[in-house]
Design a protein around this ligand. Structure first.
Ligand SMILES: Nc1ncnc2c1ncn2[C@@H]1O[C@H](COP(=O)(O)OP(=O)(O)O)[C@@H](O)[C@H]1O
Ligand SMILES: [Mg+2]
Length: 205
């Protein structure tokens, strides 16, 4: 019999080690369908490590992480593409690899203002522009779980407001579950409605 799995992440008795030291632990936790989960915590506390684990990229831990989403997309904290790659190529490829319609794909490209970056190489973009390109690639791939690691730094306030307004609507309309690591209270307030903390080697709510 086909067993329907709810789209959620279930965590049980989780313990992550770096060497012999516990980095953090978490007894029980669920990230539910359409949650907008913020994650906060000091630098070096393990946020990026936790995201890698949630995304299934880091499998070295004790306990259970069951990720029942179909399409998890992880936007990393640091760059992903080589400097010489054209933005045009990056975006067109992402669109091509996805089942997204032309109308939807072009809408994302338009809303994120990616057209104006098409002629540039990835390496010539500012930090903020790079992040927008990465978010574009993520949305074009039609994820049901979107994981964003840090920093929309380097995007000016107007652009940022536009970007977040669009992201909010897109996430809502496409029923995306969001996990967002940030140090910026404003950004967290705009995009998330729940927050967990990593503190004293524990994930707390
Ligand atoms: N592969 C690794 N090998 C050794 N140490 C690591 C590795 N990955 C992460 N760490 C350590 O784990 C800690 C948490 O790192 P990270 O998850 O990047 O923190 P955050 O994102 O909260 O700033 C850091 O002290 C880092 O040095
Ligand atoms: Mg980090």
């Amino acid at each position: 019999m086909y067993k329907y799995k709810k789209k959620e992440i279930i965590i049980n008795d989780l313990k992550k080690y770096v060497g012999n030291e516990v980095l953090f632990e978490c007894e029980q936790f669920r990230i539910k369908y359409r949650d907008r989960m913020g994650i906060v915590g000091n630098s070096g506390i393990g946020k990026t490590t936790f995201l890698n684990m949630l995304a299934g990229l880091d499998k070295k831990f004790d306990g259970i992480i069951e990720n029942n989403f179909n399409r998890t997309f992880f936007v990393p904290q640091f760059d992903e593409f080589p400097n010489w790659l054209g933005v045009n190529y990056i975006i067109r490829r992402a669109k091509h690899l996805s089942k997204i319609s032309d109308i939807q794909g072009n809408f994302i490209i338009d809303q994120l203002g990616l057209n104006s970056l098409f002629q540039q190489k990835y390496g010539t973009l500012s930090g903020g522009q790079r992040k927008v390109v990465l978010v574009g690639v993520a949305l074009l791939s039609l994820p049901d779980l979107l994981i964003l690691d840090e920093a929309f730094n380097g995007i000016d306030d107007n652009k940022r407001r536009e970007l977040f307004t669009f992201l909010n609507k897109w996430i809502e309309n496409n029923k995306i579950t969001l996990i967002f690591v940030s140090h910026n209270k404003n950004d967290l307030a705009l995009l998330t409605n729940k927050v967990i903390k990593i503190k004293n080697k524990r994930i707390t709510f």
